[in-house]
Ligand binder design. Structure first.
Ligand code: AMP
Length: 220
């Protein structure tokens, strides 16, 4: 069983993926987090990814497809997984479809998060990440905290280089031009649900729980 969370940067995919993962025990696979981890470790992939990511561009499809192919072969994913940030191009979507079929994964849903662009810019410029655990928080949540509410690290908040306004505009343009066509790729053939990402976090989660519960019932 798997969920594909689809939506622009800042639409709430990561937040919801963590909530779903906690409730159902599905593994949260965030390609952005995987890449940031490689950057932190200074691996060859990380060195290549660093510049591309901070300029708001996408990594090449063949690299990303390779990463996902390897990840999806891990046995614990049979219990369920959540894809957050992949696929981001039509050719990634086509490759994913092949990999899922080859590895006999079934019972998947696609959740399309919709949030208007002004709100996305507003959320992204105001969010901060924890350097230690990578969790994302809004400025409101942080207030004058010095410790990360998730991992307890001190003075670990920072603005991701790709969350600066100029880079955000570029990421949103790439989303519109390159990533959005993925929805057309799935339309008609997949179990696709539109999620209003402007709703409060708990309402979005509630809507997703209903979809996942129905999926679990179908799969058993
Ligand atoms: P995210 O945290 O999902 O917003 O991803 C951060 C950055 O990682 C993106 O702006 C891209 O540079 C890179 N990235 C993550 N996932 C992908 C993907 N599926 N294809 C290409 N680049 C990606």
């Amino acid at each position: 069983m798997y969920l594909i969370l689809f939506g622009a940067p800042g639409a709430g995919k990561g937040t919801q993926a963590k909530i779903i993962s906690n409730k159902y025990g599905f593994e949260h696979i965030s390609t952005g987090d995987m890449l940031r981890e490689s950057v932190k470790k200074g691996t060859p992939l990380g060195m290549k990814a660093k510049e591309i990511m901070s300029s708001g561009q996408l990594l090449p499809d063949d690299i990303m497809i390779g990463i996902i192919r390897e990840k999806l072969s891990e046995p614990q994913l049979r219990e369920g997984f959540i894809l957050d940030g992949f696929p981001r191009t039509v050719s990634q979507a086509a490759a994913l479809e092949k990999v899922l079929a080859e590895m006999s994964y079934d019972h998947g849903v696609i959740l399309v998060f919709q949030v208007d662009e002004d709100e996305l810019v507003n959320r992204l410029t105001k969010r901060r990440a924890c350097r230690n655990c990578s969790n994302i928080f809004s400025n409101n949540e942080i207030g004058d905290l010095v410790q990360c509410p998730n991992c307890g690290a001190s003075y670990s908040f920072y603005q991701r280089p790709d969350d600066e306004e100029g880079v955000i505009r570029k990421r949103l343009k790439i989303f519109r031009e390159t990533t959005l066509p993925v929805v057309n790729y799935y339309q008609g053939s997949a179990d696709l649900h539109i999620i209003n990402g402007l709703q409060p976090i708990t309402e979005v989660s509630g809507q997703i729980f209903e979809i996942v519960d129905a999926l679990i019932e179908r799969a058993t």
